[in-house]
Design a binder for this molecule. Structure first.
Ligand SMILES: CC(C)[C@H](C(=O)O)[C@@H](O)C(=O)O
Ligand code: SF4
Length: 477
């Protein structure tokens, strides 16, 4: 009998086209997502070499990083999108020219399906279990929520995939993250992945593909799994995987690009084999108990700087090594915080609900549930809700969530990356503080000098109501 294999090994083995003596493999790529930031040079490279895109039908492009989230307009006669920033306008125009020249399926900035690439892929059924999915973007790991082996690639690799539909890769090691039990009231998948990153550290997953296992993940919705898989990269991992199950199949059935009819039945039969075999072993393992997880927030400038909302800013002197002590001191200076300060006393001026981590319908529902009948604090200067895609936006509007947000003093925007990173007009001003549902709290991430606290959608909503980081369990109990 064949040796037991992990889910990662099964998908990997099924895609290896050629294996070199040094262990490097040529791997077949099933799906390639393209956005405006990392693709222009790749297309230029193809042009210079006189090449075509090998499989436009397995490629899907959508603008997300640079698009403004205010209503979008084109110039006269369907001309280019009107975008004030010159560099953004050039990147968006380049993407439009490239998809036209290379005949690549494209949702343009005004299409109802437009959105953040990692929201659009799953939602369209472009991402499927057992496939290899790449994109010139580090949060491609998100697609692993559906059982796809998905990872971010650089611009030269984007060109390689466009030209050949393959990539040269080294196999990864495997890391099991097993969590058992139910998440408590007010505790969300975001809190869990922040806790996991807090434990592993931002380098803990380096060289590994994580498989999320255990009853907590089995209970979790696909939206929740997308949040978790999305942030695998923040623990340094190459990718994050969930074995597809009945929830995955229900989520994908009937999506525009999902298989149909007899193809669907055959696909589901195949997808059911995508599990880690009994007796297969992982290179490493981390175990957590869901009941121990509290709503979490970050205090520093790295996603591993995680503390429960009931906790306090740590004292840099308490860290074991000098590197960490120094990093913590720098973080606190940048963040304008002092050791021992209670997290619940930290005042915020901005709230951002969005990003490929937390902009799907369940995220918006969770935030709206907190905001229903409440208003943002007068101390909040700006509160944005940015749905992950046009389809999420319309669904939320059909459920009346837009009204709840607007009555609570939030702005209801068009889909895009928005305030997740300062590549478009949505920015946090210098030295101001933002409660953000995004995935990175790096220095300058939301604008030069901006201070970011990562948290869940419900926690972001709670912060908007009180004007400070707040334990949502106390606000809504
Ligand atoms: C701009 C893009 C290349 C970048 C990434 O790779 O992740 C962005 O999406 C991010 O989240 O920092
Ligand atoms: S939403 Fe943020 S993390 Fe996601 S792709 Fe856009 S910039 Fe990157």
């Amino acid at each position: 009998m064949a040796a037991p294999r992990t889910l990662y090994e099964k998908i990997w083995d099924a895609h290896v086209v050629d294996r070199r003596d040094d262990g490097t493999c040529l791997v077949y790529i099933d799906r390639h997502l393209v956005h405006e930031v990392t693709s222009p040079q790749a297309f230029e490279g193809l042009r210079a070499a006189g090449r075509k895109v090998r499989r436009p039908d397995l490629t899907l492009a959508v603008p997300d990083h640079n698009v403004p989230t205010t209503p979008r307009m084109r110039g006269s006669n369907g001309g280019p999108l009107l975008v004030e920033d010159v560099d953004s306008a050039a990147q968006l125009a380049a993407l439009e020219a490239n998809v036209a020249d290379f005949a690549i399926p494209y949702f343009d900035a005004t299409a109802p399906e437009q959105g953040i690439v990692h929201v659009v892929g799953p939602e369209q059924g472009f991402t499927l279990p057992g496939t290899t999915v790449v994109c010139g973007d580090s949060h491609t790991a998100a697609h692993g929520a559906l059982g796809a082996l998905a990872f971010g690639i650089g611009t030269s690799e984007v060109e390689h995939v466009l030209a050949t539909q393959t990539l040269l890769l080294k196999p990864s090691r495997t890391l099991e993250v097993r969590v058992e039990g139910s998440l408590g009231f007010g505790v969300s998948p975001k809190d869990l992945i922040l806790a996991i990153i807090g434990r592993l550290g931002t380098a803990g997953g380096t060289g590994h593909v994580i498989e999320y296992r255990g009853s907590t993940f089995a209970e979790m919705s696909i939206e929740g799994r997308l949040t978790v898989a999305n942030m695998s990269i923040e623990a340094g991992a190459r990718s994050g995987l969930f074995a597809p199950d009945e929830k995955t199949f229900a989520y994908l059935q009937g999506r525009p690009m999902s298989p149909k009819g007899p193809d669907w039945d055959r696909a589901v039969e195949r997808w059911r084999t995508l599990v880690t075999d009994e007796g297969a072993s992982f290179d490493r393992s981390l175990r957590l108990d869901a009941s121990e997880i509290a709503p979490n927030v970050t205090w520093g400038t790295s996603p591993e700087d995680v503390v429960p909302i009931t906790g306090a800013v740590p004292d840099p002197d308490q860290f074991a090594d000098e590197g960490k002590r120094e990093a913590a001191r720098r973080s606190l200076a940048y963040m304008g915080l002092s050791a021992g300060q209670r997290m619940e006393e930290v005042a915020v001026e901005h709230v951002f609900i969005g990003s490929c981590t937390n902009s799907r319908i369940e995220d918006l529902r969770a935030a709206a549930a907190v905001l229903q009948g409440r208003r943002r604090s007068a101390a909040i200067k700006q509160a944005l809700v940015v749905p992950g895609s046009g389809l999420v936006k319309r669904q939320a509007e059909a459920e009346g969530l837009d009204r709840i947000f607007m009555e609570a003093g939030f702005e209801w925007r068009e889909p895009g990356c928005s305030m997740c990173l300062a590549m478009n007009p949505d920015k946090v001003p210098p030295q101001e503080r933002c409660a953000s549902t995004s995935n990175r709290n790096f220095v300058g991430r939301q604008g030069p000098g901006a201070r970011t606290h990562l948290l869940s959608p419900a926690m972001a909503a709670a912060a908007a109501v009180t004007g400070r980081l707040t334990d949502v369990r106390e606000l809504v109990s």
